[in-house]
Design a binder for this molecule. Structure first.
Ligand code: PMP
Ligand code: GLU
Length: 400
């Protein structure tokens, strides 16, 4: 009899986390690597947020708190949903966890029965299918290729829904493509969902504030208030305030779901880090100027990276609306061989050869469920991005 559980055998380690670990190991071994694989802002957490955390420690905020978050933070989150998204969530409808990742994990583990289906548009963030599989559910992956702007269409959604569908996961702006849904595109999806009252909506809004060229962000329950009783709206401070390491994410939804998520959290991690909760409180209630500053920096870097990649032979890079990723195609390189003699058969061989021969770390597209592509995180300095682009260009020029 196998020692490890069937559930753990159904999942794999997160490929984005694994690649970031590999970059750290290679750098520690003295290799000259430019890491564009980590999905986190390269900026420091704003000063006033760090100061609030230090003050919290000195004020003795070092004990356990309520399992799913302190009342002050829930009140601030409730206010955030109201002012940013026009959503009316009472504090009892809010859950705070150790990152948005735990919120998603809790929501899916608390609701998915074996055989239940969860619709996941591809390319998707790597953890969605594995969390669904861990719960015994069936990830129903719907391909959304580049010629559809990497967005799920109303028809594709309608066709994917069955009587066993429990959730659809919508992530806008998206990791890994940066694609986002405008109000009309979101409305087309919410109309389908209104016709299918058994389907719940998991809205992953973690990149909400990172939208460019004046794009207006929308979330499903805002576009269609009729969905509020079957939507979990998830968000967090990781990307908005450069707080990935603090591990605070939150979700809001119907009371019964939020209570079930708290029950699960009470039997696993208990409360998210107390000091981090006070830091998140300062983030949400303090000055918001960091958001505009980082948005402007990311938009400038996006333009630099899209232009640079489109000059590389065999690469085609669409311009995304948000987040800090691009998801170029390498269709033009498939079947060629690199200068180092590696035959590029798919995006994984491409990413490995790029790392070995050019010292640039990216994440291959198959990890996100749509090939042949790769993900570049441009949350890096202009200087590093410029150097990475020249290395990628030289690598592509060497492919024949
Ligand atoms: N959703 C998406 C789409 C993400 O990219 C991430 C970051 N990896 C998360 C959720 C979770 O972020 P965190 O746990 O840091 O809040
Ligand atoms: N969101 C990041 C990424 O996609 C963090 C790593 C992870 O949790 O997947 O790279």
């Amino acid at each position: 009899m196998a020692f490890l559980s069937d559930a753990i055998a159904r999942i794999k380690p997160s490929p984005t986390v694994a690649m970031t670990g590999r970059v750290a190991d290679l750098k520690a071994a003295g290799r000259d690597i430019i890491g564009l694989s980590a999905g986190e802002p390269d900026f420091d957490t704003p000063e006033h947020i760090r100061a609030a955390a230090k003050a919290a420690i000195d004020a003795g905020k070092t004990r356990y708190t309520a399992v799913d978050g302190i009342a002050e933070l829930k009140a601030a989150i409730s206010e955030k949903f109201s002012s940013d998204n026009g959503l009316d969530y009472a504090p009892e409808q809010i859950s705070v966890g150790t990152g948005g990742k735990q919120i998603l994990f809790n929501a899916l583990l608390a609701t998915v029965n074996p055989g239940d289906e969860v619709i996941i548009p591809a390319p998707y963030w790597v953890s969605y299918p594995d969390i669904v599989a861990l719960a015994g559910g069936v990830p129903v992956v719907v391909p959304c290729p580049a010629d559809q702007g990497f967005r799920l269409s109303a028809d594709a959604l309608r066709q994917a829904i069955t009587p066993r569908t429990k959730w659809v996961i919508l992530n806008s702006p998206s990791n890994p493509t940066g694609a986002a849904y405008g109000a009309a595109e979101m409305r087309a999806l919410t109309d389908v969902l209104m016709d299918n009252p058994h389907v719940w909506v998991l809205a992953d809004d973690i990149y909400e504030h990172l939208v460019f060229d004046g794009f207006r962000f929308v979330t499903p329950a805002e576009v269609e208030p009729g969905l509020i009783d079957r939507t979990l709206t998830m968000n967090g401070v990781s990307k908005a305030y450069a707080m990935t390491g603090w591990r605070i994410g939150y979700g809001a939804g119907p009371r019964e779901l939020i209570r079930a998520m708290a029950k699960l959290q009470s039997q696993s991690t208990s409360n998210p880090c107390t000091v981090s909760q006070y830091a998140a409180l300062a983030a949400l209630t303090g000055p918001q100027d960091y958001i505009a500053t980082s948005r402007a920096a990311f938009q400038r870097r996006r333009d630099l990276v899209v232009a640079g990649l489109n000059e590389c032979a065999g690469i085609d890079c669409p311009t995304p609306q948000g987040a800090f990723y691009v998801y170029p195609s390498i269709a033009g390189l498939i079947g060629k061989s690199s200068a180092g003699g590696v035959r590029i058969t798919d995006d994984e061989t491409f990413a490995n050869a790029l790392l070995d021969e050019a010292g640039v770390a990216v994440v291959f597209g198959a990890a996100f469920g749509l090939s042949p592509h790769f993900r570049v995180s441009y949350a890096a300095s202009d200087e590093m991005l410029g150097e990475a682009i020249s290395r990628i260009r030289a690598f592509c020029d060497g492919c024949a």
